[in-house]
Design a protein around this ligand. Structure first.
Ligand code: ZN
Length: 109
């Protein structure tokens, strides 16, 4: 069962609400139980947010590798491939970051 602190939005997973909110210190009474449907949405968005984080991580690795390739500077076509990979990795990273930010504002976390 999921409980949400109505003061700060902290999510608690247990049969009962905590005595005090670990984040803001609000008392137990401030916690509201989420419906099964809302709980399901939270679990699904939790997983998708993790996936976005992992994609951001991988995109940063691609950018790092591409920068190393650019530095080696083997020949112009090779550098061009790395430059494109770097640009594309940046787009992948920013797109996932924007999506996570969107989830936050819609209460999906
Ligand atoms: Zn709280």
């Amino acid at each position: 069962m999921l409980w949400k602190c109505s003061n700060c939005g902290f999510m608690h997973e247990d049969n009962e609400a905590p005595e005090v909110c670990p984040k803001c210190g609000a008392p137990k009474e401030k916690f509201v139980a989420l419906s099964e449907e809302d709980g399901e949405k939270i679990y699904n968005s939790d997983r998708t947010n993790d996936i976005h984080m992992e994609i951001i991580d991988l995109a940063m690795k691609i950018a790092d590798l591409a920068l190393e390739g650019i530095e080696i500077n083997l020949d112009p076509p090779c550098v061009s491939v790395f430059e494109k990979a770097c640009d594309e990795a940046w787009v992948i990273k920013q797109r996932s970051k924007a999506e996570i930010a969107g989830h936050m504002t819609k209460g999906k976390w």
